[in-house]
Each structure stands twice: as C-alpha cells, then as structure tokens.
Design a protein around this ligand. Structure first.
Ligand code: S3P
Length: 430
C-alpha cells in the first residue's frame, strides 16, 4: 500500500495533542507488573510496540485491564511472574525484548522470544554479554547475537557486577538494572554518556534505591516494590519532534504542542533546533512521577546549519531522521557525528536517510560509517520513497514531503508502532 502526502498549503496553527511516551509506557507496564498493589496508568501509548509489552506481561500471568483510556495493572509482586505457555513475541519492539531479557534472566522459568523480521536482525549480544556476566543463561541464533533467544533459569542467584557500557543505550542499561533488582549485591553501570533515565526514575518512584553519580548508576537489590497508585505518562517528545520540525520550517507556523515530556535526557532536539535558530518555548512546566513535562510553543523561523555529536546523540537518537529534515531547510551545512547507532535501529537509518531523502532533495544528504552530513538546499522534488517499514522513517518522510513538494510513501501504516494518530494530525487543521 502507498500513501500520498501533499505539499502543505499553510503553516501549523492551534494546538496539537500527542500520544503518551513510548519508553515510559513500556516501563509503566513492566514495573507495575512487579508490584503487589494495582497501578492505574493514564495516557498510556496504545502503539503496537507497547501493546507487545502488554501481551508479554499478560502471558506471564499479570492481570492487565483496559478501562477507557486507562490501563489497570494488577501485578503479583516482584517474584510473581509465571512461566508463559508459549513463545513471547516482541514484534518490532527492541525495548520490549531487551528490557524483558533483563527482567527474565533472574526468573526460575524458561522463556523464548521471537520478533518481526526487523527485530530478528538487530543486535542482542550487547544485552546478553552483561547479563551473562551476572550469571544469566541465554542462548540465541548466530552465536547468541540474534532472535530467537531463549533464557534458561540460572543455576544460582545472579550476582551484582560493575559494567562499563561500550555504547550509551537505555535499553541495555535498563536490562541490567532490572536484572540487578534480583541480584546478590550491588550492580554498577557506567555509561559513556547519559542515556534516557526513565527506568531509574520509575523504579525510584517504586521505592528502589538507585544512585546516580556522573555517568555511573548503582542499583541495590530489593525484596518488594512499593507502588504508587497511578502513573501519568507524559506525551512523547519523539512524537512531538515531527511537529517541532514541521512548524520550524513551514512559513507562518505558530503552534502549541500540549503535554510533552521534557526529561533532560530526551530534550536534545530542543537544544539542537534552538542552536539552528528555531523559536521554541516551554509553557506550563510541571512534574509528575519524577518526569517533567510542558506545553511547547513553536514559531516558524529561518534555520541555519549546525554541528553536533558525542553526548548530544543519546539525547536525540530517535529524532535524527526528523532533525535531518530540518537541516535540509537550513542555510548551510549540518554535520551530525557519532551516529553509528542509527545503523542498528528498526532499519539502517543512516543508509535509508541518504537513499530516500536524496530523492526529495538531490545531493543534500551524505553519510560516512558513523556521521550524517546535510547540505542545506532550497530545491525539492515530489518523490516516491521507501519507509523500510520503519515508523520514524515514515513520519519523517511525511513531514519532509509536506514541507517540500509532496511525497508518496510505502507501508504508511508502520506509524502505528509509536503514533497511531499521526496522519489525523498531519491531515487535520493543525
Ligand atoms: C529506548 C532506547 C533507545 C531508543 C529506543 C527506545 C528505550 O534505544 O532508540 O527507541 O525506551 O529505552 P537504545 O537504548 O538502543 O539506544
């Protein structure tokens, strides 16, 4: 199936409501499943990825009910997960798979995971290595690198380790933290740069002792979580990213994006867009469950190129396909360094950006093994582009086409992974 996105006739105006944060939605279900008392989750993202997490937790005996817009999770305690009757399917979701590998490594039952064709190609050795150091028994295809993966009950209690992570990855960090909850002794993780810290924040709200010292995180095992009665999931800044970029490059735009999570480990896009000359303001800042959120006002402005990399990358890793669109509308060159991780996302996003975006803006995008260079251009063509079934490629191409001369994309429904109402907002008044 193909979908045509037309050139926008005017700028973005009014208010946009975005769905709940994907990372926090996953964690709200997994961590609430380990509590002894029910937790009500509001503004949960009902995207395919988070529904994969719900299905996996239900398969392990957790009672999860949907009540209107709310999800009620009735966990059976920290030691209450049950052996699933069949293989767990993580679908397209790296977060479901990697975090659950950590959570299930200390359990006394066997689990096997599968996933879709994209997830089957993605590297799992990065999670298996530290978990194995803790004493977990995990086997996978291709010398334990890929799905399908089986977690065999460990002979002994896992042990706390000190682990220096080679790449900043919240999924790997979270897997180790979840395993560390059940370990013998303290587990320390050192990241090259801080990645998103939603697991740490949520576990702290559930009474766990997690210390953060620079790039080091220490987790002390616990016997029982003390759950809050409810968790309010803020809107997803990764979903807001499409409107932040579109409003910044579409003339006459002046829009307010409501209730966006602005956790420091996620706001790289705001910093970089401001660096490029974007006009972005936070209104109504508030805190809930340790997570900050705000309404974000974005007003059109002329952008210029910039250079960034290193510690900025984990703070905007999922927004690079959208930021690359903004860079195409900016004056001068933009250079994004240290982005090799993009090659192991839902698709090779560096290659996909260069191959597909250049169909809209010929010669504007170049990549090396781990960097992306964008030459600001002002000539665009209408093109037919491939999404590679990657939700963020689809949404970034859609806003690119809307701001340029239109675009036709394949597999448009892959946006359901993180943003089921994306086209309603794109084609609506705002
Ligand atoms: C996520 C972490 C990031 C991100 C992904 C969600 C998470 O992945 O790209 O979309 O929820 O922990 P990595 O940890 O592999 O960088």
């Amino acid at each position: 199936m193909m979908r045509e996105i037309f050139k926008a006739k005017r700028g973005l105006h009014g208010e946009i409501t975005i769905p709940g944060d994907k990372s926090i939605s996953h964690r709200s279900i997994m961590i609430s499943s380990l509590a002894d008392t029910p937790v009500e989750v509001t503004n949960f993202l009902k995207g395919a990825d988070c529904l994969s997490t719900i299905a996996c937790m239900k398969a392990m005996g957790v009672d999860i009910e949907e009540n209107g817009g709310k999800i009620l999770v009735k966990g059976n305690g920290l030691h209450g997960l049950k052996e699933p009757a069949s293989i767990l399917d993580a679908g397209n979701s790296g977060t479901t798979l990697r975090l659950l590998m950590g959570l299930l490594s200390p359990q006394n039952f066997l689990t096997t995971f599968t996933g879709d064709s994209s997830l089957q190609q993605r590297p799992m050795g990065r999670v298996i290595k530290p978990l194995t150091m803790m004493g977990a028994k995990i086997v996978g295809r291709n010398q334990n690198k890929n799905l399908p993966i089986t977690i065999i009950p460990a002979e002994q209690k896992l042990k706390g380790i000190t682990y220096q992570m080679p790449v900043a990855s919240a999924q790997v960090k979270s897997a180790i933290i979840l395993a560390g909850l059940y370990a013998d002794g303290v587990t320390a993780i050192v990241e090259p740069y801080p990645s998103r810290d939603h697991t740490e924040k949520m576990l702290t709200a559930f009474g766990t002792n997690i210390e953060k010292n620079g790039n080091e995180i220490k987790i002390t095992p616990i016997d029982k979580l003390t759950a809050p009665q409810s968790i309010e999931v803020p809107g997803d800044i990764s979903s807001a990213a499409y409107w932040i970029v579109l409003a910044s490059i579409l003339k006459d735009s002046d829009v307010i994006i409501k209730n966006v999570g602005i956790n420091e480990t996620r706001t790289g896009i705001i910093d970089v867009m401001r660096q490029m000359g974007a006009k972005i303001d936070f209104i109504n800042e508030r805190v809930s469950g340790g997570e900050r959120s705000a309404d974000i006002r974005v007003v059109y402005s002329e952008l210029h190129g910039t250079t960034f990399g290193d510690e900025m990358i984990p703070r905007l890793i999922d927004e690079i396909p959208a930021i690359a669109v903004a860079a195409a509308f900016a004056e001068g060159d933009t250079v994004i360094n240290n982005v090799g991780e993009l090659r192991v996302k839902e698709t090779d996003r560096l290659k996909s950006i260069v191959d597909e975006y250049n169909k809209i803006a010929a010669g504007a995008f170049e990549a090396t093994e781990d960097s992306l260079i964008i030459h600001g251009v002002h000539d665009f063509t209408k093109a037919e582009c491939k999404t590679f079934n990657d939700h963020r490629m689809a949404m970034s191409l859609a806003i690119f086409g809307a701001a340029a001369e239109g675009v036709v994309i394949d597999n448009p429904d892959c946006v359901n992974i993180s943003y089921p109402t994306f086209y309603d907002t794109l084609f609506g008044d705002t």
